[in-house]
Design a protein around this ligand. Structure first.
Ligand code: C5P
Length: 286
């Protein structure tokens, strides 16, 4: 059995304020995009995780936490994870792998958990994991774990630029770097949602990310990557999640491809990707 674990971007990512439990209240319109990690499951006596293409020790892989939550460690499976989504880049790769593990093992072990149960477990693994149980386009609220699926958007082509910066405990540190002036009231998600419901396209001016200022401050050198995208023809450059990845919207596939092909980035990894619908994000190959 093989699942696709896609990346995500946030069309809008608003932080409403700090909560008493140490998390922040967010409101975000999230979107699955390429590339995808491939997660393969085969029956086995014990739980084994094999990771290809990642330099991080697999012990702190969210996949194992998801598997333990699902079955308390009593069942076995061989999970083979081929990484294509850059890690700790703001693209939700680890969270997506964990959601794929919940969905895949639920099917492999025939546990019969419904989406609502999977979402509940996903929220325990991490704030972004619940979104990936549905994928596609969705509104995420609370600390990110309260997810309302929305109709799929018309396909959008994007250029992703992933700088090679590494920051331990990146997500926590990026939230800590926020200032009250970065907080907003969540109205932008609603405005974009209303437009999408009317079938109108996504445009640069509608996108917003509370981490924009902090990302350029924390990741010294990120401006060089933004400038490279602009020089390649991007009209606007947006930060993905809490960074450091950047993305730009293409007006169509050819436009995004032209930007991608002209890009002379100072290192890092440039990817030409498309938005993925909920159905595309949920494919299980048997
Ligand atoms: O939930 P997750 O483990 O992904 O969060 C990592 C860290 O990011 C949290 O410990 C917290 O410091 C911060 N965070 C936050 N508000 C959120 C999500 C994450 O402050 N909504």
């Amino acid at each position: 059995m093989r699942l696709c674990a896609p990346a995500k971007i946030n069309w809008t990512l608003e932080v409403l304020g700090r909560r008493d439990d140490g998390y922040h209240e967010v409101r975000s319109l999230m979107q699955t995009v390429g590339p995808c990690d491939a997660v393969e499951f085969t029956a086995a006596d014990r739980l084994m995780l094999e990771v290809e293409g990642e330099d991080r020790p697999s012990q702190d892989n969210l996949v194992l936490r998801a598997a333990a939550l699902l079955e308390g460690g009593s069942r076995g499976a061989h999970i083979r994870l081929s990484k294509h989504v850059p890690v700790a880049a703001g693209l939700g790769g680890g969270s997506s792998d964990a959601a794929a593990a919940l969905r895949g093992l639920n099917a492999l072990w025939r546990l019969g958990c419904g989406d609502a149960q999977l979402v509940e477990m996903a929220a325990e693994v991490g704030s972004d994991v619940a979104f990936f149980i549905h994928g596609g386009t969705a509104l995420a609220e609370g600390r990110g774990e309260r997810v309302t699926p929305l109709p799929d958007v018309a396909p959008v082509w994007l250029v992703l630029l992933v700088p090679p910066f590494r920051l331990p405990e990146k997500t926590r540190r990026m939230y800590d770097a926020l200032r009250p002036a970065d907080f907003s009231d969540g109205e932008r998600a609603e405005a974009l949602q209303r437009r999408l419901q009317r079938g109108l396209p996504i445009t640069d001016g509608l996108l917003h990310n509370a981490f924009e200022r902090a990302a350029y401050e924390v990741f010294q050198g990120l401006r060089t990557y933004r400038d490279a995208l602009l020089a390649a023809g991007a009209r606007r450059v947006h930060v993905a999640g809490s960074g450091p990845s950047l993305f730009s919207l293409g007006s169509d596939e050819d436009d995004a491809r032209a930007t991608h092909d002209r890009l002379r980035q100072p290192g890092g990894n440039a990817l030409l990707v498309r938005t993925l619908t909920a159905a595309e994000a949920q494919i299980i190959e048997r």
